[in-house]
Write a protein that binds this ligand. Structure first.
Ligand SMILES: NC(=O)c1ccc[n+]([C@@H]2O[C@H](COP(=O)([O-])OP(=O)(O)OC[C@H]3O[C@@H](n4cnc5c(N)ncnc54)[C@H](O)[C@@H]3O)[C@@H](O)[C@H]2O)c1
Length: 355
């Protein structure tokens, strides 16, 4: 039976991917060991999502494998053999701050884990499209060297700048401070490209801006909109770090991202790189996001301001998604910022009511 392998299958993007491809009558084998709970504590555990997938998705087969375990990963791929028609790799240690605490584990998961998956794919399913969720942090802090204007609620790029429609894949990934997280993801990103170019495998790196959606287990170190809404709804205090709270992020709903994966899987190319995010279609500054959360929830957020920004944080990031759109013209956004936050709000309220 047609089988898709999804790593990080209980996480935000992984779980959306599982549901999307199970709807297509594919068998989905998910790999997730709930390492998110180890990174960020019990509150960020993705076990609930895993249990929901196991009980509600008929074609779902969950494996509690650690992607750092090369033998276990190879064994799993061998079992599926010729049935594997695509691999979507979303498992990661996703935070800058956490990476600096334990660089060995961060690199082990993000870089070596990706290598283990590429090697297993090369041995067992070299024709299967391989999608990797990379990150805009591969560009390090280079975006922070763009000339920006300070507007009342946000930073903005100078009008007429080549990146005004969004930052494209032409930005250099060299001569920049990546943070250790950015470095481990860049190592993985280059490996994924190389398996496309050197071995001719159909691989792609999707360099995401902020990826979000109602399935995000938001926590202070990861999952910005989700955590902001949790704090607004529950009255928990929120901390804004630096840049006057005017730093800008683009936000893409997990549904739209996974539809982009599906487009690539249906018509793959080798060794591709795409910036992917909410683009000009869906973006906000911290201050704007706070305002929207308050409007939607009808509650006031208690927040404080810390002068020091997070190391590696972007002041202004908007993805230019036109390269992806030119390769896959039928892909369209279904969600804007307001719809994303409405959904997150409903999910936060439901979780509280169920607790
Ligand atoms: N969320 C964002 O804003 C964002 C932005 C850019 C890029 N990305 C990238 O997108 C991908 C998905 O992000 P997400 O928000 O869905 O993350 P997530 O933390 O919600 O999901 C990742 C899942 O991977 C699992 N995992 C971690 N280490 C593992 C290991 N060693 N073995 C098996 N499973 C493991 C975790 O338990 C978790 O369930 C990641 O690669 C991340 O770096 C995310």
């Amino acid at each position: 039976m047609r089988t898709i392998i999804v790593t990080g299958s209980a996480g935000l993007i992984g779980s959306e991917t599982v549901k999307r491809f199970a709807r297509d009558a594919a068998r989905v084998v998910g790999i997730d060991n709930d390492m998110r709970a180890r990174f960020f504590g019990a509150e960020a555990s993705t076990r609930r999502t895993r249990d929901e997938l196991v009980s509600t998705v008929r074609n779902y087969d969950h494996r509690d494998v650690d992607i750092r375990d090369a033998d276990a990963v190879m064994q799993l791929f061998k079992e599926q053999g010729n049935n594997i028609t695509a691999v979507v790799h979303t498992a990661a240690q996703p935070s800058h701050d956490w990476a600096a605490r334990d660089p060995q584990v961060d690199f082990g998961v993000n870089a070596n884990g990706t290598l283990n998956l590429l090697e297993a794919a090369r041995a067992c399913c070299p024709e299967a499209p391989f999608v990797f969720t990379s990150t805009n942090k591969v560009y390090g802090d280079t975006p922070n060297r763009l000339r920006l204007r300070e507007l009342p609620k946000r930073w903005e790029i100078e009008p007429g700048h080549e990146y005004e429609p969004g930052i494209s894949e032409t930005m250099s990934i060299d001569y920049t401070k990546h943070s250790l997280f950015g470095a481990s993801k860049a190592a993985a990103d280059i490996l994924v490209q190389e398996y496309g170019r050197y071995f001719g495998m159909p691989t792609a790196c999707f360099r995401g801006g902020c990826l979000t959606g109602p399935a995000h287990a938001g926590t202070e170190l990861h999952g910005f909109l989700s955590y902001l809404m949790i704090c607004t709804v529950t009255g928990r205090p929120y901390r804004v770090f630096g840049y006057g709270g005017k730093q800008v992020r683009d936000n893409i709903h997990s549904y739209d991202l996974v539809e982009a994966f599906a487009e690539f899987i249906a018509a793959p190319r080798a060794g591709e790189v795409y910036n992917i995010g909410g683009s000009r279609h869906s973006n906000c500054s911290m201050l704007e996001a706070i305002e929207l959360c308050e409007q939607i929830s009808g509650r006031k957020l208690t927040w404080s301001y810390e002068e020091n920004n997070r190391i590696g944080d972007h002041i202004w990031w908007i993805s230019d998604v036109r390269k992806f759109q030119s390769h896959y013209p039928s892909w369209k956004f279904q969600y804007g910022l307001r719809e994303i936050l409405d959904e997150i709000h409903r999910a936060v309220v439901q979780t509280r009511e169920a607790a």
